[in-house]
Design a protein around this ligand. Sequence first.
Ligand SMILES: *Cc1c(COP(=O)(O)O)cnc(C)c1O
Length: 366
Amino acid sequence: MIKFLELKKITDKYSNEIHEAVAKVIDSGWYLQGEAVASLEINYAQYIGTKYCVGVANGLDALILILRAYIELGIMKKGDEIIVPANTFIATILAITENGLVPVFVEPHLDTYQIDDARIEAVITEKTRAIMIVHLYGQCAYTANIGELCRKYSLKLIEDNAQAHGCKFLDKHTGSLGDAAGHSFYPGKNLGALGDAGAVTTNDEQLAETIRSLANYGSTQKYVFQFTGRNSRIDEIQAAILDVKLKYLDEDILQRRKIAQYYIENIVNPLIVIPVVPNWNAHVFHIFPVRCNRRDELKKYLEKNDIQTNIHYPIPPHKQECYKEWNNLLFPITEQIHREELSLPMSPVLTIDEVSYVVNKLNEFV
Ligand SMILES: *Cc1c(COP(=O)(O)O)cnc(C)c1O
């Protein structure tokens, strides 16, 4: 059986170092907001290329807290609009609605799956405060045009970098391209903890301090509360594990690119649409998406051949039951992607033999 993702195999690769790092935390007697978190924050900020990194409990919290901090700082208020791609994981949208802000959906490109920047200006209104881009599947969504629109209309640029650690736009990492970025270290992400964790990166000191306070009950000084905050912490054990895995992130990405290249060069079945990759540094292949207009049939066929696949995602946010008010909106490109997308096995521990088997089965599909 070729699994979609074998987490155990990924962990095993760094097993000794992870066990050592965890043992060090256990023996230290200090389990929250200690040296391991401080070290990860420094190393991750340095890797991404920002002045600040604030560790939080998960990726959703990272995005929620960025927007909440902008509200506390008077830069946004309830009812303001945030422009987002219509095709994204629900967490991007949850972060917006959780804060009483309004998502304004924009269609993606069908070939790269990233937000279509040519459609953004038309939806900017008096109430627009930010563009929240999502580097979906690990591919860079930022364009010079998006940066230009943010300057022209004084909008914040927020990055959902949950799927794109290590991805680059020219020589800068995603997560450093805008005003703030949310990162997830969910186990299945390219940089994954062995549990939940997340982070915010930014160059804005005031924003970083506000988020740090909001994530700590709204307090910067013990038992003094400036905001009605929450508890959103990354724990020492997860931080220590992430610090180990961060060292190998670039190596893992090269492995993912090799697999992606193999898929792209060898899938020749005209029924299967492979992704367009204009720039290899701008893709870290968190997901390897293909499209097929008989997607469900293809998925079953691969399953019968012992190949596990996934769908990212079967239902777009605006069609979800929790967002009934948007169920009637029409986003044909987004809907087509959700109808046709299939994610092939992808991870740094997949062997070329395994990938070659998947390719052969894909090419035999009629
Ligand atoms: C995973 C993910 C999140 C949420 O991260 P969690 O750590 O699971 O809360 C947000 N946005 C995108 C695009 C994601 O893929």
